[in-house]
Write a protein that binds this ligand. Structure first.
Ligand SMILES: Cc1ncc(COP(=O)(O)O)c(C=O)c1O
Length: 316
């Protein structure tokens, strides 16, 4: 079997043919997928100049909507990108698009805001003169359950998530070349995804998710200085604190990661995904998710349900 056909990613989902005919939000209109087109002059296409958020719909509510909006608006403000819509207007647009697609749960949204079309094919932000491009792609999406059993295989790669003064890892920018290069390096090493270090060589993040280990009953993750300020990452830390699970944001090396009892990834799409191996070395001695990963996954499921119920109650 080719390497491609056996490789997995944390964003693997069940094939859903309905996604061929979805409707997409594009600059205030909801249009069929075949008509959801942006200009080749768009800043996002030309330069990767834009920000995005990934969100999931559970029982008609966008889980942790406020946290996603805080990150998005903070990022856009920092790069002088005027979204041109309020958080409430974005919420209404996503709900209208979900309704147009008959989606209430098991749906994933990629909301994308770029600096919009440019007057000329060059870099200067002032060439984007006609306002942002706002797109929301909502797909029917169920993460692959088999990944919980199989786990993700990681390879450490030379590509790092760098210092804030190069491109701050906290920007969920359209340009993901840094992460794409890391992912390619991991694939070339025969793994599913990349485990990226920080500029000092401490274990940091994967190319698409935040990374946690479990050692002797404690949950560890990186300091957060060089990785995405993941909404799921913060939720997991908060859940540990609320449930008397020792949790530490600290520097640690591959020595500790490879010797961990469990490792898992966090992200909006897959929630918590177990790590099976790092550089060909199995993590822990359990099949699939370990006991702490399973416990946190259960706590997270309940947290999503609480958040969804709270949002529904607040809108009544
Ligand atoms: C590099 C990277 N790390 C982590 C995450 C996970 O973030 P969240 O938990 O907010 O989905 C993402 C998702 O956007 C990401 O791109």
């Amino acid at each position: 079997m080719s390497q491609q056909s056996t490789s997995h990613s944390t964003h693997d989902s069940e094939e859903d043919l309905r996604n061929r005919d979805i409707k997409i939000f594009l600059n205030g209109k909801i249009v069929p997928r075949s008509e959801a087109l942006v200009s080749v002059y768009d800043s996002g296409f030309m330069l990767g100049d834009g920000m995005w958020e990934g969100m999931r719909l559970y029982d008609g509510e966008w889980a942790f909507f406020d946290a996603h909006m805080d990150r998005l608006f903070n990022s856009c403000k920092a790069v002088s990108l005027d979204i041109g819509m309020s958080k409430g207007e974005i919420h209404a647009a996503l709900n209208a698009t979900a309704a147009a697609n008959d989606m209430t749960t098991d749906a994933h949204c990629r909301l994308m805001i770029t600096r919009g079309p440019k007057a000329k094919p060059f870099q200067h932000p002032q060439l984007s003169r006609s306002g942002p491009t706002v797109v929301a792609v909502l797909e029917h999406s169920r993460p692959l359950e088999s990944l919980q059993q199989r786990g993700i295989r990681l390879a450490t790669v030379p590509q790092v998530r760098g210092l804030p003064m190069s491109q701050d890892a906290k920007y969920n920018s359209h340009s993901k070349l840094n992460c794409v290069i890391a992912c390619l390096q991991a694939e070339q090493a025969g793994a599913d995804e990349a485990l990226m270090l920080d500029p000092q060589g401490f274990v940091n993040t994967t190319n698409a998710c935040n990374f946690f280990i479990v050692r002797r009953g404690e949950v560890w993750t990186s300091t957060g200085d060089y990785c995405m300020n993941g909404v799921t990452r913060q939720n997991v830390i908060d859940l540990c604190l609320a449930n008397d699970i020792p949790v530490r944001e600290k520097n640690y090396s591959l020595y500790e990661a490879i010797g961990a009892d469990e490792a898992f990834l966090t992200g909006t799409f897959g929630a918590q995904t177990p790590v099976a191996e790092i550089d060909g070395k199995p993590i822990g001695d359990h099949e699939g998710a370990g006991p702490m990963t399973r416990r946190i996954r259960e706590l997270y499921k309940n947290l999503v349900a609480q958040n969804v119920a709270l949002q529904r109650a607040m809108r009544r």
